[in-house]
Design a protein. Structure first.
Length: 185
């Protein structure tokens, strides 16, 4: 599957006391010096055992989804806003998705604009979202509203001192997670 992973699979296994046949795979991979194993299970009409690399990458792509769910619960959750109507819940979810994508966009912007970006933030494809949100929440800046939009200028007491961010008045399209892996700057 790659430099540090291997996968072996069995097609349509029937287990006792199990209601339907499934495809099973055993995954072996290394994290540093440690060897780990995992099990992949599949039920459905997709012939996953005929293309193991595709199954492996598709299954591991779930980590992105799981990370997004965890972020939504921990970093971008709006626990203090108690909503009950369907439109309000939908709006709350959209704000959380916007915030998650905005942080990823900001990670790219920081790497390009700020030479003093903190250690560990240089890899903008895997931003430290929780840390970035925590730092940004305590970063002082001046907001200057203009006809063409908004100018955010970080103060001298900010980690991003001397940097500005212009936000124009225009409609934009919200990209789905993960924003940073598919965008080309």
């Amino acid at each position: 599957m790659g430099g540090n992973a291997a996968l072996v699979a069995w097609k349509t296994e029937c287990f006792p006391d199990f209601p339907y046949p499934i495809e099973v795979a055993l995954e072996r991979f290394h994290t540093g010096q440690t060897q780990r194993c995992g099990t992949l299970l599949h039920f459905g009409s997709d012939p996953v055992t005929t293309d193991l690399p595709r199954w492996f990458h598709r299954y591991n792509a779930r980590q992105i989804i799981e990370a997004g769910i965890k972020e939504g619960k921990n970093v971008f959750a709006m626990h203090h806003l108690k909503v009950r109507s369907a439109p309000a819940i939908f709006l709350q979810e959209q704000f959380a998705v916007f915030a998650a994508n905005f942080v990823r966009w900001a990670a790219h912007w920081l790497v390009e604009q700020c030479p003093q970006v903190p250690y560990g933030w240089q890899n903008c494809t895997q931003p430290k979202v929780k840390l970035m949100v925590k730092v940004a929440a305590h970063t002082s800046a001046w907001v200057d509203w203009q006809d063409q939009g908004c100018l955010l200028t970080f103060t001298d007491h900010s980690l991003f001192a001397g940097r500005s961010l212009a936000v124009k008045k225009q409609w934009v399209v919200q990209l789905p997670l993960p924003f940073s892996e598919n965008a080309h700057f």
